[in-house]
Design a protein around this ligand. Structure first.
Ligand code: AMP
Length: 628
């Protein structure tokens, strides 16, 4: 998805009014809420001073759900009612969840809710959307309590690779929590915004996000004000936990602990490993003390060198996806301007060093890597809520490919051209093609080419119940509306009768960046050919219309209003048009149509007179004057 920087006139608030807005990082493991106060973006702590809210919800009978640390404490006691990592289920079917290898120990209900699996708990079946809403609601309460008022709106971040279903599920969760979503923002974009990278004219940036259990790399490009995600890759099963395991295994070897040690012992070892890892981020070595099962104690030390040897293979595992994203984006490391570090595991100096070496850039690490995404979201929320002067910049999405409609002859009429900033609404009037036409087929397409067959088909629907009228008399208003999250709604309304019909589609669903590129390239390559084809098709459509209208006129009035030689002349012109109509010569069709127009002028005038005469029959001229 591409992002464009523009100023949004008229969005700024009255001088003394400050709209309360917040940025929310709804994470797999932890979530955060941040806001801009006195010009400074900061995350908000709970009563105990915790900024991070573990994304865990515990359900108990006759009690409000517990969220965060309180819920985390229930994980071992009441595992089936303690739901963690719900983000992995958002917008996913049960089949997806099972095949992606996500091991979630919940009691899944076979019935799905909006395509997502439900989880059975003591308070009933809960959907991923409802569970996420409970997390969001906790953050909402926190923000409103701290800020002393109701939030006007929020910006919620989502992974760049989230598809429309996952984005929609996130929005649904927010709505359920009573939040007004100003927009969803890609996590890597939020991190770039937090470092103010959107303020420079252009650049290509790598956002390296290594958390506790997941790794994501995104390449963003800011060009002529457009911020777009060029490529993303990652590993949903690689993170700080793997580093802990590598250290724990090393400790077991050193202390002579058997591989089949008790579960509780392993858990304790992992905690010790994690502490050692975190200590080494600021110290040269970490002391180790392990209680052995036979009651003795093993003491040791993990040096930085030893630690680096253990973790280098894991860091290496993140380099392969970095290479892949560069390849996908058609770039080399030389093209990268800035590198931004996100996620708790990027506190490890070795990670910073190795990733800095790979991209040949010193990474940005000044903002807390756990908070950077929420902070970027808060900065966006502040602008979108209208708390900035008019000339401040706003990141907006642009649609990557034009959205159009199929018209007669298999041609595409573009309604919203590519690179239009969203949200946007555009409309166009169409008319009926045939006498007595009561339905109209609407075919929504995406792409730059002139013919429907060369574009991507997004949706089809029908407008029915149009009152029968002569061709060209119906007024059908077709409106395209793309909201801030890229959802397209198309509606069609017949103006005289008010009948209407509408559909919502997701233009970016399943559309890969390289596909967008291919479609754009082809539109340039075939531009000339396309224009010629378009001209031909337009002439054929016009020919069709003329033939139908003329045949109808001849049938109705030919006998009465035409002399034989006139009838023959018109008929010859009609035959000539029929001969060239299906050919490839647009000029020949055009000439034949012009010839018909010439030879039927007199006939058309006589028909007009006759119909006026008919209409006036039995009236005095004054009747008409009085009616005016
Ligand atoms: P996140 O999912 O972004 O909250 O990242 C959590 C991960 O960051 C866990 O694996 C933590 O052990 C790791 N982490 C947090 N602080 C440090 C630190 N000072 N040094 C190394 N790793 C850390």
């Amino acid at each position: 998805m591409a992002l464009l920087q523009i100023s949004e006139p008229g969005q700024s608030a009255a001088p003394h009014q400050h709209n309360l807005a917040a940025g929310i990082d709804l994470g797999t493991t932890n979530s955060l809420v941040a806001t801009v106060r006195s010009g400074l973006a900061e995350t908000l702590p709970d009563n105990e001073g915790h900024h991070l809210l573990p994304s865990i919800v515990h359900y108990a009978k006759d009690a409000a759900p517990q969220v965060g640390y309180a819920a985390k404490a229930q994980a071992n006691i009441d595992p089936l009612n303690t739901i963690a990592s719900v983000k992995r289920l958002m917008g996913r079917g049960l089949k997806d969840v099972k095949t992606t290898g996500t091991r979630l120990p919940y009691d899944f209900v076979e019935n799905e809710d909006q395509g997502m699996p439900m989880i059975r708990t003591v308070v009933g079946d809960r959907s991923p959307v409802q569970i996420s809403a409970d997390i969001l609601n906790t953050l909402k309460q926190r923000a409103e309590k701290t800020l002393g008022g109701e939030l006007t709106g929020v910006v919620i971040t989502v992974p760049a690779y989230f598809d429309e279903a996952q984005r929609q599920a996130t929005k649904d969760a927010a709505t359920l929590a009573g939040l007004n979503v100003l927009r969803l923002l890609n996590e890597p974009t939020a991190a770039a915004v937090a470092y103010g990278l959107d303020k420079s004219a252009e650049g290509v940036h790598a956002i390296y996000d290594l958390g506790g259990g997941t790794f994501d790399i995104s390449i963003l490009r800011l060009q002529r004000g457009v911020f777009e995600v060029m490529a993303t890759a990652g590993n949903s099963a690689l993170g700080g936990d793997d580093f802990d395991r590598a250290i724990a295994q090393w400790i077991m070897q050193q202390a002579g602990i058997a591989d089949d040690a008790e579960h509780s012992h392993i858990r304790e070892l992992l905690d010790i490993a994690r502490t050692a890892k975190e200590t080494l981020s600021t110290n040269e070595s970490a002391p180790l003390e392990i209680r052995l099962e036979e009651g003795s104690v093993w003491q040791g030390e993990l040096s930085n060198d030893q630690f680096n040897q253990l973790i280098d293979p894991l860091i290496q595992k993140t380099i392969a996806p970095c290479r892949r994203t560069l390849r996908d984006a058609g770039l080399s490391t030389d093209d990268i301007n800035e590198v931004v570090m996100v996620g708790g595991s990027t506190r490890m100096p070795r990670v910073r060093e190795k990733i800095g070496d790979f991209f040949k850039r010193t990474p940005h690490v000044d903002i807390d890597p756990d908070k950077v995404v929420a902070i970027g979201a808060a900065i966006q929320a502040d602008i979108l809520a209208g708390n900035k002067p008019d000339d401040d910049m706003l990141l907006l999405d642009v649609i990557p490919l034009s959205l159009g409609i199929e018209t007669m002859g298999g041609l595409v009429e573009k309604i919203i051209p590519r690179n239009t900033t969203i949200p946007v609404a555009r409309g166009q009037d169409f008319t009926t093609f045939k006498d007595g036409q009561t339905a109209m087929a609407i075919h929504v397409v995406q792409g730059e080419r002139e013919l429907v067959m060369d574009c991507r088909s997004l949706a089809r629907f029908e407008l029915r119940g149009i009152p029968p009228m002569v061709a060209g008399a119906g007024r059908i208003r077709v409106s395209y509306q793309v909201d801030a999250d890229g959802l397209l709604s198309v509606s069609a309304k017949e103006e005289t009768s008010g009948v209407h019909s509408q559909i919502t589609v997701k233009p970016s669903y399943g559309l890969q960046d390289n596909e967008i590129e291919r479609m754009l390239k082809e539109s340039l390559e075939y531009a000339e050919e396309d224009v010629a084809t378009r001209t031909l098709r337009e002439q054929q459509v016009e020919a069709d219309r003329v033939i139908n209208a003329l045949r109808a006129a001849l049938k109705a009035d030919g006998q009465v209003l035409l002399k034989q030689h006139e009838f023959l002349e018109i008929n010859t012109a009609l035959e000539d048009l029929l001969k060239v109509e299906q050919g490839n010569d647009a000029d020949a069709i055009k000439n034949a149509i012009e010839r018909i127009n010439d030879v039927t002028q007199e006939f058309a005038a006589r028909r007009m007179d006759a119909s006026i005469h008919q209409a006036m029959k039995g009236h005095r001229l004054n009747d008409f004057a009085e009616n005016e």
